[in-house]
Design a protein around this ligand. Structure first.
Ligand SMILES: *[C@@H]1O[C@H](CO)[C@@H](O)[C@H](O)[C@H]1NC(C)=O
Ligand SMILES: *[C@@H]1O[C@H](CO)[C@@H](O)[C@H](O)[C@H]1NC(C)=O
Ligand SMILES: [Mg+2]
Length: 258
């Protein structure tokens, strides 16, 4: 409990020191539709978020303008952290029911962005507005190249727990593989070590994320790995081929990748 509190505060502190202006701005925002089923400007943002998480809304391009404040408050507030803790606890409970096989082929697959590492310092920027402004590839890649994304503490706890239980871990990410060196540094700095595989996307790979991630998981299975758990913030991390025995969805109302 104390450690959790520390990690949460450390994350907040990290974000607030490097992005103080943005955080101050967010604290001024009233948590509006987060408090219940009240409709705001024709759209109940809590209902919108639930539909996103349940994969009922697909292919959406932007957070609705009227939900920008709501999503910002959710992402920087307690609810997002609590929601991820529940996901991590469920995954840990499941992992503890398993026994990692002695051949070292039982594998947990982790997505990176918004699952193991958080891009919140980027998404909280005024020119991004938690996904209410169109995605800017150049600006996002500049942020990736900084290599300073903080961890998602609950998922780091899950990562360390499954590793301690004897499972192998693999990262499969849509980040371009030209960022491999910086991504390794970033993962280490965020407290992730000793993974079995770090799979980033080749420059020549095109098509959907579902196809890409399915193909990479299938390659792992063909190498003899058994995917027992799979964790991601996008449904495209968790559907398709060889998704694993159980999938765990981390919340992400900021963007949709199909
Ligand atoms: C995208 O980001 C780059 C780099 O920060 C910036 O120069 C450019 O103006 C942005 N493009 C748009 C359309 O905002
Ligand atoms: C995972 O699923 C496969 C295929 O359905 C099954 O044979 C295996 O026993 C399952 N493993 C675990 C740990 O549940
Ligand atoms: Mg992700």
């Amino acid at each position: 409990m104390e450690l959790k509190r520390f990690l949460f505060l450390a994350t907040l502190l990290y974000i607030s020191t490097s992005h103080a202006a943005v955080i101050n701005q967010i604290q001024l925002l009233r948590p509006r539709s987060g408090s219940g089923g009240r409709r705001v400007e024709g759209l109940d943002c809590l209902s919108w978020r639930l539909a996103v998480e349940a994969n009922n809304l697909q292919g959406w391009k932007l957070v609705p303008q009227s939900c920008e404040d709501y999503v910002g408050n959710y992402m920087l507030g307690r609810q997002y952290r609590h929601d991820i803790e529940v996901v991590a606890d469920a995954a840990i409970d499941y992992a503890k029911t398993l026994e990692a096989a002695a051949d070292g082929k039982d594998l947990w697959v982790f997505d990176i962005d918004e699952t193991t590492l958080s891009n919140l310092p980027y998404y909280a920027r005024s020119d991004v507005q938690f996904g209410a402004i169109a995605y800017n590839d150049t600006a996002f890649n500049e942020w990736v190249a900084e290599g300073i994304a903080p961890p998602v503490p609950a998922i780091r706890r899950l990562y360390k727990t499954v590793a301690a239980l004897g499972f192998k871990t693999a990262f499969i990410s849509g980040t371009a593989d030209r960022y491999t060196d910086i991504k390794i540094l970033n993962l280490n700095q965020a407290g992730y070590y000793n993974w079995e595989k770090l799979i980033l996307k080749g420059e020549d790979v095109h098509g959907s994320s579902v196809d890409y991630k399915s193909q990479k998981r299938t390659e792992l299975v063909n190498e003899g790995y058994r995917i027992v758990g799979n964790v991601g913030d996008q449904w495209s991390d968790l559907i398709g081929a060889n998704v694993g025995n159980r999938t765990f969805k981390v919340p992400d109302p900021m963007y949709y990748i199909g």
